[in-house]
Design a protein around this ligand. Structure first.
Ligand code: IVH
Length: 686
């Protein structure tokens, strides 16, 4: 008996080991095929065979859930939908690239680099400028633990659940000795053929089609339901690095990319190490010639100084490195006919003439409208209704009418006449002498177009961030007179919302929840969301920290406003005017009674400013403070926080995984503080 039991246990044990081995084998086989297909672009087995392996692993894991590992390929199908994306602070900011629009710009770039390095000739790594979206992949001890979008460069959105579904991205690095932390940076994109197939499927299912692969990739990644992302054919190419801990940084950019390849990370093959500007331009021409035959969209090539020490020596200007540049292909142009010229009314009443065009395909999208900027611009280019025109679209910018083709002008071409009254509200259109822009004088009280644009701005991401309150919904709310001002939004009720076109109980509730959530905000966001002319995001931030509270700002005179950094007479006047209008003041007080709140600080001006004139640079992760908190504390004491180290930097605050900035600070002999020393300095200066 005893013996039998033992035998049964042993065989069960053996069987279990078998399953485990089988599951591990299936996982590694599937991962190998994924790698061949998505990274090497060289499929190794027919789809049916892949599906069979995958099916077997699914069945096995279902029967024995203990076999499921986080890196199992079955875990790429996507988990439960998220309520929202959380924010992620990048440990090293994600910068952008400066652009070169022609060979001359590339020549000057090379000249600046040579001068900066005091060299005759510099080695570069030349690669592609992918037209997708930037992502940071964090691997901890070799396991993918977090993925974040670029966002504003400092903070992005946590899209880990979605990224885990992307088969071109390894869930585990292919090494026995992984670094403790590795931030891989690169671009998520979609191949054109995959995009076409996906759009065909969307069409058949009666669902929204995407305009181009870039939008499709972005839309797929910003899905709250990872299961949907899992069905989207996303790819990835690595081109950079953020934090690195526990491994030596390669000496060159090309060496970094080779290292990535060895780790199983997807890197594009279209890259070359070249010497001097002639090497750069040759690469540009070669890629230009094969651009259309590449399976994905690119909008140029990128040149990077290859030696990473040289990169550090060159450093950064505000938001972009000095050691790299994107050499863009010329914008794409097409010919089409101007069917009509209409005017659009913006948030501040600005009237923009827009050409309605016969649909035309330009660099991947069908263009039907193009901005004509203002009346003077139409006269200067002599654009008439009926003209055949050149339309240009570059990257993500709004399509533009470049010129008309004189030989193709029909006899009955009509000149555009600026209307004297607003087409939406009938108020007179007025053009100030010193301004190029004509404006509807109705203001938001009279003009529905201004109300709509103002509400769109109020709800937008960088303002009150009211998710689900999109343009079409705002259109209906204004047209049906359900909402006139931002304050009315917070009075909306479920039944009325649910009764609108394309709305249902659930979507109405979602909008109400988003409105509720938006109520706790910051003063800077609130100020920005008001849409005061000339008060953009950064002015709003400065005003918020200078005055600390709304009441202090509302009381400020034009002179006091002008004492704020970056606020000139025009901006000061505009703020004063906005905050003197009883209608605006009443709306603000309604918003506050509706529950819109923010934490008010002390006015900066009233506090001592011991760090006035001192510039700080933060690098690495501080033990207790986030970057944002440290920045706030320094700024509150009157100091400034800059992005890169230069001779003008007074202090570098250095934390864990500090990178090139620390090295540069040491080289320049700048005072380096750790968190404790920073806190001491702040304390002392109080
Ligand atoms: S490097 C410090 N390399 O272009 C430099 N960026 O304007 C950081 N991009 O947000 C970027 N291909 O989305 C780099 N080979 C490439 C790129 C590339 C596309 C995008 C990226 C970034 C933007 C920078």
């Amino acid at each position: 008996m005893q013996q039998d039991l033992f035998a049964a246990n042993a065989s069960e044990q053996a069987e279990r080991t078998d399953w485990r081995e089988r599951a591990a084998w299936l996982s590694s086989e599937i991962n190998r095929h994924n790698y061949a297909y998505y990274v090497l672009d060289a499929p190794t087995i027919p789809d049916v065979e892949y599906d069979r392996l995958f099916g077997e692993l699914l069945v096995l894991e279902k029967a024995h859930p203990e076999l499921v590992t986080p890196e199992s390929p079955t875990q790429r199908v996507g988990g439960a939908p998220l309520a929202e994306f959380t924010q992620v602070m990048h440990s090293v900011p994600m910068l952008s690239l400066a652009n070169a629009f022609g060979d001359e710009d590339a020549v000057s770039f090379d000249r600046r680099v040579c001068e900066g390095l005091m060299l005759e000739r510099v080695e570069y790594n030349a690669e592609l400028k992918f037209d997708g979206l930037a992502i940071n992949l964090r691997y901890q001890d070799g396991i993918l633990t977090q993925a974040a979008t670029r966002g504003d460069g400092e903070t992005g959105e946590d899209v880990t659940a979605n990224i885990r579904t992307v088969r071109a991205i390894p869930l585990r690095l292919n090494t026995l000795l992984p670094p403790k932390v590795l931030d891989v940076r690169g671009e998520v994109l979609m191949y054109r053929a995959d995009f076409d197939r996906m759009n065909a499927r969307q069409r058949e299912a009666g669902q929204k089609e995407f305009a181009n692969p870039r939008n499709a990739a972005a839309g797929s990644l910003r899905q709250l339901a990872p299961r949907i992302t899992a069905q989207r054919p996303l790819r990835f190419f690595a081109y950079g690095i953020g934090a690195l801990d526990g491994a030596d940084m390669p000496q060159t950019h090309s060496g970094l990319l080779d290292w990535y390849v060895s780790l199983g990370i997807s890197v594009c093959n279209e890259r070359a190490v070249v010497s001097g500007v002639d090497g750069l331009l040759e690469f540009f021409r070669q890629i230009g010639a094969k651009r259309d035959s590449l399976p994905y969209d690119i909008d140029g090539v990128v040149y990077k100084v290859n030696n990473l020490t040289q990169q550090q020596m060159l450093g950064f200007v505000t938001r972009a490195p000095r050691f790299a540049i994107a050499h863009k292909f010329p914008a794409q142009e097409a010919l089409t006919v101007v069917l009509d010229i209409e005017v659009q009314v913006g948030r501040t009443g600005a009237i923009t003439p827009v050409a309605r065009l016969a649909p035309v395909f330009v660099s991947g999208v069908t263009v039907t409208n193009a901005t004509l900027h203002n009346e003077d611009e139409i006269r200067r280019k002599d654009i008439r209704i009926g003209d055949t025109v050149i339309v240009r679209r570059a990257g993500d910018v709004i399509p533009e009418v470049v010129a008309h083709v004189p030989e193709m002008r029909p006899q009955d071409a009509r000149e555009f006449a600026m209307p004297s009254v607003c087409p939406v509200c009938g108020s007179p259109i007025i053009k100030q002498e010193d301004e190029a822009i004509a404006r509807c004088s109705g203001g938001w009280v009279r003009c529905a177009a201004q109300r709509k644009a103002g509400l769109q701005h109020f709800a937008s991401r960088k303002a009150m961030d009211i998710e689900g309150l999109g343009d079409q919904l705002i259109e209906q709310l204004v047209d049906k007179n359900m909402v006139a001002t931002a304050a009315d939004l917070y009075r909306l009720e479920q039944p009325a919302l649910a009764g609108l076109d394309r709305m249902a109980d659930k979507s109405a509730q979602n909008v109400l929840n988003a409105l509720e959530q938006s109520k706790s905000t910051t003063l800077a966001r609130f100020l920005y969301s008001l849409g005061i002319r000339h008060v953009g995001e950064s002015t709003a931030k400065t005003l918020a920290s200078h005055f600390g509270g709304l009441d202090a700002l509302a009381r400020a005179t034009v002179e006091e406003l002008q004492a704020v950094p970056d606020v000139g007479p025009v901006v000061a006047q505009s703020i004063r005017q906005y905050l003197s209008d009883p209608l605006n003041l009443s709306m603000i007080s309604q918003l506050r009674s509706a529950g819109v709140v923010w934490a008010e600080g002390e006015p900066a001006a009233a506090k001592p400013q011991p760090l006035q004139g001192k510039t700080f640079v933060l690098t690495g992760t501080l033990p207790a403070l986030t970057r944002e908190q440290a920045t706030e504390m320094i700024e509150a004491a009157g100091g400034k926080v800059a992005g890169s180290v230069s001779k003008k930097t007074h202090f570098v605050v250095s934390g864990h995984e500090a990178g090139s900035k620390l090295a540069k600070a040491q080289a320049l002999g700048i005072t380096i503080l750790d968190e404790a020393a920073l806190l001491e300095l702040l304390q002392k200066s109080q």
